[in-house]
Design a protein around this ligand. Structure first.
Ligand code: AMP
Ligand code: GLY
Length: 418
């Protein structure tokens, strides 16, 4: 049955969700979207913080389902506002979104639920912070408690670095109120994995595991970005391991949230490290990952919208999703200068040729100039995703598509999935 779906957000993740919905015959409106998303579905220019405007849009469109992509509107209570207006929405309440909105809260929930994570303490002054650094031993991770647009984490290898990070957040308020308290946590080592599970507040359905490539440079060098590419599944994460992690992490957290009267209905994203002593949680997100979604959704061989509707209705059926055995690789094309000062306004060529290869071209930061050309408008500009019978073929297809797309200053890692 074709549904009216309203997707809130405007990046590669939302484009991937829009295409997945459209593939199954649903009608999609995306707000605010971006110029590239607007080539595939209707976009409406409503800001993410204009909750009234978003509720009005979903109501006017007679939405069967609203999907909220980014964390900020979730933490700010957009789901609550939508539900108050009688709309069906996929995404946790503001209270439940605190799992991402407060790292201290997430730690407290994990402790109560017995979920493995790094030892930590929450501090509000530098002297206390340094005492915790001394007792945990270096390296440590210093994390602003609240939302800091992905910039609030420093892994410190020396006492000076740790002090600098504590001062920046606590004394200089580099992240505003979001950094007024700080989680100091034991340093962990090991490969990272992103494991997402959809919940209706009680039951769970997991998505296939993925890995995000965060550093800008090949071989994981240079500063961290929002993600330069992704793969699903990572070679070192079997289905058995993913199932084990869901039992160790997602189930106890969902149960603990429910016990506290703040059920988490939405997608629970666990970022984990596979440490020498087993998987441990690095962070929770209360939404789909970006750019993980771009390589996860092409592997879902069923209508995910109906699953999200069941989750929103509290009637999710626990069962394995129909997944393609084929791996998927998504390669990000970033703007010149990113992740520092990203260039914008560079004309993008080759999009149609790239799509014609069969690869999926997902727009993260694109705009239309006065002549109607698509131009760059953000750090991460595009992702090109492709499946294949094996990783080598999926990579070859993704890069074949990506190599056809040009803009001045383009940055692309060659080693995604390698
Ligand atoms: P994010 O929270 O997504 O900004 O990512 C922060 C990154 O910092 C993670 O992806 C890890 O690579 C790293 N990180 C966070 N916590 C720790 C930790 N306790 N030990 C080592 N690295 C960490
Ligand atoms: N890929 C990391 C995130 O979505 O937060």
């Amino acid at each position: 049955m074709g549904r009216n779906v309203v997707i809130v957000g405007g990046g590669g993740r939302e484009h991937a969700l829009a295409l997945a919905a459209q593939r199954h015959g649903h009608t999609v409106v995306c707000a605010p979207g971006n110029a590239g998303i607007g080539r595939d579905v209707v976009i409406v220019d409503v800001r993410l913080d204009d909750h009234e405007g978003l509720v009005a849009l979903a109501t006017a469109r007679d939405a069967d389902l609203v999907i909220v992509g980014p964390e900020a509107p979730l933490v700010a209570g957009l789901t609550d506002a939508m539900q108050a207006a009688g709309l069906r929405v996929f995404g946790p309440s503001g209270a439940a979104a605190r799992l991402e909105g407060s790292k201290a809260f997430a730690k407290e929930i994990m402790t109560a639920a017995g979920v493995p994570t790094a030892a930590y303490e929450t501090v509000v002054d530098v002297a206390h912070g340094m005492a915790v650094v001394t007792s945990l031993g270096l390296p440590v991770a210093i994390k602003a408690d609240g939302l800091a647009a992905g910039k609030g984490v420093v892994v410190a290898h020396t006492a000076d670095e740790a002090r600098g990070a504590l001062r920046a957040s606590l004394d200089d308020r580099a992240f505003g109120d979001a950094g007024a308290s700080v989680v100091v946590e034991e340093g962990m080592t090991g490969p990272e994995v992103s494991l997402l599970a959809i919940s209706d507040g009680t039951r769970l359905v997991r998505l296939p595991p993925a890995r995000d490539y965060k550093p800008i440079g090949e071989g994981n060098t240079g500063p961290n970005t929002g993600g330069m590419g992704s793969i699903s599944p990572p070679a070192d994460v079997s289905d058995e391991l993913a199932d084990t992690i869901v039992d160790m992490v997602h189930r106890p957290v969902i149960a603990e949230m429910s016990r506290r009267g703040i059920p988490f209905a939405g997608v629970l994203y666990a970022g984990l490290m596979l440490t020498p002593t087993g998987p441990k949680v690095v962070e929770f997100n209360c939404r789909f990952g970006d750019p993980e979604t771009q390589c996860i959704l092409p592997r879902v061989d069923e209508d995910l919208i109906e699953v999200l509707i069941a989750a929103a209705d509290g009637s999710l059926e626990e069962r394995p999703l129909h997944l393609s055995a084929e791996p998927c690789v998504a390669v990000v094309l970033a703007a010149g200068g990113y992740p520092r000062a990203a260039r914008s306004g560079d004309i993008i060529d080759g999009l149609d040729a790239a799509s014609a290869t069969g690869a999926q071209v997902l727009h993260a930061g694109t705009d239309a100039d006065d002549d109607g050309h698509l131009v760059t408008a953000g750090g991460r500009v595009l992702a090109v995703a492709a499946r294949g019978p094996d990783v080598a073929t999926a990579r070859k297809r993704a890069y074949a598509g990506a190599d056809l797309i040009h803009f001045d200053g383009r940055q692309m890692r060659r080693d995604i999935g390698a």
